[in-house]
Design a protein around this ligand. Structure first.
Ligand SMILES: [Fe+2]
Length: 225
């Protein structure tokens, strides 16, 4: 883990010989390894990460998954996404997210929301293009990341004096299954409606990785400094 809030550089090259889920997992592991050590962060830095994460996730996850649902052509891929959405709505995950942030004294401020504005907009516009395989891969990357990120987010919240860990407990477990499901949906969709070879399969994954790096390293604030 890094001990500073310097944003790491990450490559955009990926090997054609490595299976795609494995490439995504390597990217997730690289991202996790780049996270700053929570114990080395100031209280404001800890709060900021939770707040920016909440500013992105609370209002957008269901929207992104819905955009992905609208983008897929394959009838067999749809139930996998619908299951995920069903759970989000039935168990009120945005409410859980908001409770988590409030308990950690990290409810997003206007500044927190604006710090992620540009990178969040890029994801919204990308998913709005409704490109099935690219959207599914992006969401698989996200679910895989979240599942591994939960212990880190919980550590930040504990450092802020919180004991409300329902959000991190739930997502550390259920997202393992969600990630597998999305990879399954991705290969179904790839078989039925493959991406134009001139396009980059990882386009959305890279945009999302940038957004996550902004959540963690607050790129907007770094650029202004
Ligand atoms: Fe959720």
């Amino acid at each position: 883990m890094n001990t500073t809030l310097l944003m790491p550089q990450q490559s955009k090259t990926h090997s054609l010989d490595t299976p795609i889920p494995q490439q995504i997992n390597i990217m997730i592991d690289d991202l996790m390894a780049s996270l700053p050590d929570p114990t080395q962060l100031t209280s404001e830095e800890q709060r900021g990460i939770i707040a920016r994460y909440t500013a992105v996730l609370e209002g957008n996850f269901i929207y992104w998954m819905t955009a992905t649902l609208l983008s897929v052509q394959s009838e067999d891929a749809r139930p996998i996404i619908l299951d995920n959405l069903h759970e989000e709505v039935r168990d009120a995950h945005p409410a859980m997210m908001r409770r988590f942030a409030i308990a950690a004294h990290a409810f997003p401020t206007e500044t927190d929301a604006l710090d992620v504005h540009e990178d969040l907009t890029n994801i919204r516009l990308f998913l709005g293009r409704l490109s099935g395989v690219q959207s599914l891969l992006t969401m698989a990357f996200f679910e895989g990341f979240i599942q591994k990120f939960m212990a880190y987010l919980a550590a930040l919240a504990r450092a802020q004096g919180s004991t409300d860990m329902e959000y991190t407990d739930v997502h550390g477990v259920c997202d393992i299954e969600h990630t597998d499901g999305l990879f399954r949906a991705f290969s179904i969709e790839m078989a039925l409606s493959p991406l134009d070879p001139k396009k980059d399969l990882f386009e959305g994954v890279y945009l999302l990785r940038t957004l996550i790096q902004t959540i963690v390293f607050n790129r907007a604030a770094t650029l202004q400094a």
